[in-house]
Design a protein around this ligand. Structure first.
Ligand code: COI
Length: 356
């Protein structure tokens, strides 16, 4: 590993009580380049721009995928990653689907842990605070033939994160657009999946909704995901979530919610979730909750579903009655070392001294 420390660190100017998520970047980043059939040295370098031209294949053909994960600081100042092996496995699953060469485990894990350790002072401590980490891999060859690139860059950048109160939102059940197709790239965290969602989401926002519940591309009769998240439905006291497939992202938060719900003794059904069943449950009063889960916001609770021009309200549950809230609390307590971790999900980031 090559470590080049920033000669002009910005950490002294960072206010952990007043920062903007997503565009405040920590002092360093990981980079590793692939060419001639192999990955080179893993480098920690000062965060900043890297020169590429508009002929870069990654921007022309979208051969790019990423991950989202977080590091947490407990009250003693210890740093923990949450299930990082899941993100490592998934970036390679995405990479394989996009014909990007596999990222070696040491490139991902050593780069990740060293970056988080070197910039540990950037990780805010406190309720809802964390470091959002973005591993990304993209094609860098300058070539305009539509084919697999021969050059890539793997990088990790990170931004401090905080929880912001997210009021329950109204979401539109899609009756036209879809985010994935059978045999497509829905299960990959492909950059292009997000680009393709922006226009339909903008239309939904213009109609007064904040997100789309994505339905299957063939019939629009089945729930798939919600916004950039996996989706959960509670009817009476049973939770339903679609099973993963080549159209649905195998979310780390999704998997954690399923395990935590089972741990609490809540029945979880992982199967097709039919729009008609959810609508019928809303009409007969058995639909209790619908929510999305993802790394960035953990949980987004829905107050209403828009379907075929109808506005279907969800019940306002009294405090302590929401499964979504209970499971979020269980998860965050484990992530932030405020509760036992019976699943072995936390990974301590050891503090090291680096000779540079
Ligand atoms: C996540 O929740 O991790 C996401 O994928 C959202 C991200 C695109 C900001």
């Amino acid at each position: 590993m090559i470590i080049q420390k920033s000669s002009n660190p910005r950490i002294a100017t960072f206010d952990p009580d007043n920062f903007s998520f997503g565009n405040t970047f920590i002092d360093h980043m990981v980079i590793c380049e692939y060419e001639n059939g192999k990955w080179g040295d893993v480098k920690i370098v000062p965060y900043g721009a890297i020169g590429f031209t508009p002929a870069m294949m990654g921007v022309n053909y979208g051969q790019a995928c990423f991950e989202g994960m977080k590091a947490y600081k407990d009250k003693e100042g210890q740093i923990f990653l949450f299930r990082p092996e899941k993100n490592f496995q998934r970036i390679n699953k995405s990479a394989k689907r996009l014909a990007i060469p596999e990222i070696p485990e040491n490139v991902f894990m050593e780069g990740l842990k060293t970056l988080v350790d070197i910039d540990r002072d950037w990780i805010p401590h406190g309720e809802g605070k964390s470091l959002y980490i973005r591993p990304v891999v993209f094609a860098t060859e300058e070539a305009l033939k539509a084919r697999i690139s021969e050059k890539y860059m793997f990088a990790i950048v990170a931004t401090p994160a905080k929880s912001y109160y997210t009021a329950p939102v109204s979401v539109k059940i899609s009756d036209h657009y879809s985010r994935a197709a059978n045999g497509g790239v829905g299960a990959a965290k492909a950059a292009g999946n997000y680009a393709a969602s922006f226009y339909p989401t903008q239309l939904a926002i213009e109609e007064g909704y904040e997100q789309i519940i994505w339905t299957d591309d063939c019939s629009h009769e089945y729930f798939e995901e919600s916004g950039t998240m996996n989706v959960f439905v509670r009817i009476n006291d049973t939770i339903y979530t679609p099973k993963t497939s080549d159209k649905i992202l195998d979310g780390v938060t999704r998997d954690s919610f399923i395990q935590l719900a089972k741990h609490r003794g809540i029945e979880v059904v992982i199967d097709d979730v039919k729009v008609a069943d959810v609508v019928a449950a809303q009409k007969n009063g058995t639909l209790k909750e619908v929510w999305g889960v993802g790394t960035a916001v953990v949980t987004s609770i829905f107050e209403a579903l828009g379907y075929n021009g109808e506005h279907l309200e969800l019940p306002k549950l009294a405090s302590g009655e929401s499964f979504a809230e209970q499971l979020k609390t269980d998860l965050v307590n484990i992530q932030t070392n405020q509760a036992e971790d019976p699943f072995g999900w936390r990974v301590l980031v050891e503090e090291q001294v680096y000779s540079v």
